[in-house]
Design a protein around this ligand. Structure first.
Ligand code: AMP
Ligand code: GLY
Length: 422
């Protein structure tokens, strides 16, 4: 089988990882990406339709006559890209808008979990500013306050300061008329990406993202500063419980919905000291940077797995993973996750490591090739340095060897990625 013509939607490190995975798939004969970035440009034809332009992507898919559209980010899914593509008869990896509400609305996700008895923290909706103090009394600090909007992991305030919590709630109510107050979950986080359609599901190797900006899990939340897989915190017994208590009921629910869910369900877990998994959040796509460390672990053909999911035939194929380890270290622009300074040249990013079974390379995210042919930063997370190796220590060594060789004025990266897995 060498016939799939694929369009990948998005322009982050995740999409570069998808394009790389697809470029190594025997099933794929042509690769397109929109809008793509400097990394996807080397392996696919980039197009200049934005990931938020639903009609533009539908027209492009028809014009290119692609076999499948693979959607990276959540926004076009929430906005109905998969619904539109299916109307045109084009298979899409990524759920329809109803399924995407699991990420589009944290309240909706909590209500579904409540209905299905899925383990998660308790929560409360606050609409009335005069009830803030009473509500805070109902939960122990630190308080977790979430706006019910898509905010790339940055719409969350976690604080033990009553004043800060109160201000965050007030501010959220002013903006959106309500906020969620959630129980703080103790433990260690892990991400379980699950490819899913109505026929079945496949759990990818567990990964761990590092969400805080600074070493030692300090500083503000970010979109993710680095990741590694497999993450040993998700032990075989944690995986078994996650499958039974979370993935099975979600699959049962989603396969029976009016339109089947075909894509990735990202289960964000908090695992407590006893090894009990609870859901922090659902996302409806591959994680970024989790994709950079899970796609390289596919032993089976990645393109075939995406196509099977998008056509509701996942159960009919075997999906296998290698027993290697992968790590990725994000290089962020000065100021990230606050106001970033971009438009700066990046050098040293082309270095690759290929030493026996050890591989290293950069996944490009917020960067483009400028008119003078040099890489220039355009966003907060500029790239991530990925290592794949027989051991986590060797993978991390490759990641750090690459990131240390990169020059970008004012940039920063965490020095402790993967330390929890060593
Ligand atoms: P979210 O936008 O829901 O993904 O939250 C972003 C990050 O905030 C999560 O990955 C956690 O690190 C942290 N977080 C969110 N909710 C909670 C919670 N209930 N307890 C502890 N940490 C949380
Ligand atoms: N790495 C977190 C996310 O993709 O939401």
């Amino acid at each position: 089988m060498n016939q799939l013509e694929v369009l990948v939607v998005g322009n982050g490190g995740r999409e570069h990882a998808m394009v790389l995975g697809l470029s190594g798939s025997h099933s794929v004969s042509a690769l397109h990406c929109t809008p793509g970035n400097a990394g996807t440009n080397d392996l696919a034809t980039n197009h200049n339709v934005s990931a938020s332009d639903i009609e533009g992507i539908v027209s492009l898919s028809k014009q290119l006559d692609v076999s499948i559209v693979v959607v990276g980010p959540e926004l076009p899914l929430v906005d109905g890209l998969a619904d539109r593509l299916r109307l045109e008869g084009i298979p899409c990896f990524g759920p329809h808008s109803e399924g995407a509400m699991l990420e589009g609305s944290k309240l909706h996700a909590k209500q579904i979990m409540e209905q299905l008895g899925i383990p998660t923290g308790k929560f409360k909706v606050i609409r009335d500013p005069s009830s803030i103090n009473d509500s805070l009394d109902e939960f122990d600090p630190p308080w977790v306050i979430k706006r019910d909007v898509l905010a790339g992991g940055k719409g969350v305030t976690v604080s033990s300061s009553r004043k800060e919590a109160r201000d965050a709630i007030k501010h959220g109510i002013e903006l959106d008329n309500f906020v969620l107050l959630e129980e703080y979950l103790e433990g260690e986080e892990a991400s379980i990406l699950v490819m899913m359609d109505e026929s079945g599901y496949v759990m990818l190797p567990p990964s761990q993202d590092h969400k805080r900006a600074l070493d030692g899990d300090l500083g503000p939340n970010t979109g993710g500063m680095g990741a590694y897989a497999p993450a040993p915190v998700a032990s075989p017994s944690v995986i078994a419980r996650t499958r039974k208590e979370i993935v099975e009921p979600m699959h049962h629910h989603l396969r029976n919905s009016s339109t089947p869910y075909r894509g990735c369900l990202y289960v964000g877990l908090m695992i407590d000291q006893d090894g009990s998994p609870r859901v922090v959040e659902f996302n409806v796509r591959l994680g970024d940077p989790e994709a950079q460390v899970t796609i390289p672990l596919f032993r089976s053909d990645f393109g075939e797995a995406l196509m099977a999911t998008a056509s509701g035939k996942l159960e009919s194929i075997d999906v296998e993973f290698s027993n290697k380890h992968a790590s990725t270290v994000v290089l962020a622009s000065e100021g990230y996750p606050g106001e970033v300074i971009s438009g700066r040249y990046v050098s040293g990013w082309e270095t690759k490591i290929e030493e026996g079974e050890i591989l290293g390379l950069c996944h490009i995210a917020g960067a483009v090739i400028s008119d003078d042919g040099r890489l220039i930063s355009t966003g907060g997370r500029v790239l991530s340095a990925t290592g794949v190796a027989p051991s986590l220590a060797e993978a991390l060594e490759a990641s750090y060897q690459i990131v240390e060789g990169i020059d970008l004025q004012g940039s920063h990266y965490r020095k402790d990625i993967g330390s929890g897995g060593l």
